[in-house]
Design a protein around this ligand. Structure first.
Ligand SMILES: [Zn+2]
Length: 272
């Protein structure tokens, strides 16, 4: 049984701000270790639950954060980018997926470092008409390939969003958001133990999922500035909705995702 573990950084216990998650900042190296420790707790749990192969996908920023030399030696590591499936690259053929260190969607209150895909360019990201978190977008990609999302860890706000939108997915709360840049983190040993136990439980109980029948998906990207929308509209597949908002559609989630990611990357060149 093959398990994918996607590891983001904003939802790691102890993380509260940019100093901890941006390469070159004063606390980044410390938190790379803590991120790797939470990944290791999930790996340990996954193998204990019956996994025979674990692939870890580094899902934060430039996707080169996890310490390869400190990672459980039984696991494979996907790092770097470009990766078309970004946070869930490596999911094809997996029997289940775990999301570690995830965070609430853009615009969430009292949620640590809430954003969706980009904190600089994206004000809101809608999927088929409603604002979504990265966990929801990635769960939809997983479903397309018939991979069940089993577990999400992060702060209490992403846990609540997962419980509301993705019923049946287990959640582990590692900290309670006080503000965008403040949190009350649970004791370290408790965090690692909870992640390990939950990973073991969900992997042991993982049920096969039939690949979802392809359905059309529309993404609306509400940018933070009108200029991003203007630049994104250089691509003929992008439709302008209002000053800051554009829309892209695909016959299935993968097609829609590729257009949306392309629109965002193109918009980002407006910063140069
Ligand atoms: Zn991140």
């Amino acid at each position: 049984m093959r398990i994918l573990i996607s590891v983001d950084m904003e939802g790691i216990a102890g993380v509260t701000g940019r100093l901890e998650i941006l390469p070159g900042q004063q606390d980044y190296d410390r938190f790379r270790h803590l991120m790797t420790e939470e990944a290791n707790a999930a790996i340990t749990g996954a193998f204990a639950g019956g996994a025979t192969s674990v692939v870890v996908n580094d899902s934060h920023g430039q996707m080169r954060n996890l310490l390869y030399e400190a990672l459980d030696p039984r696991a494979e590591l996907i790092s770097g980018h470009n990766k078309v499936l970004t946070m869930v690259e490596g999911c094809r053929g997996a029997h289940g997926a775990l999301f570690i260190g995830y965070h609430a969607r853009a615009g969430s209150q009292a949620a640590v470092l809430d954003h969706t895909i980009s904190s600089v360019q994206v004000h809101n990201w809608f999927m088929n008409g409603r604002p979504v978190s990265e966990a929801e977008i990635n769960a939809e990609i997983l479903a397309y390939y018939g991979v069940p999302l089993l577990m999400v860890s992060g702060d209490d706000k992403i846990a609540a969003q997962v419980q509301e939108r993705l019923p049946g997915v287990e959640t582990v709360i590692v900290k309670y958001g006080i503000d965008h840049r403040a949190a009350r983190s649970l004791p370290r040993a408790q965090v690692l133990d909870s992640i390990q136990r939950c990973a073991e439980k969900v992997v042991r109980g993982a049920q096969p999922l039939a690949a979802a029948p392809p359905q059309p998906v529309t993404f609306e990207l509400e940018f933070t500035r009108s200029f991003y929308a203007e630049v994104a509209c250089l691509m003929p597949v992008v439709t302008r909705i209002d000053a800051r908002t554009v829309e892209v559609s695909g016959a299935n989630i993968i097609e829609a995702w590729r257009w949306a990611l392309s629109a965002l990357r193109l918009a980002s060149t407006g910063d140069n």
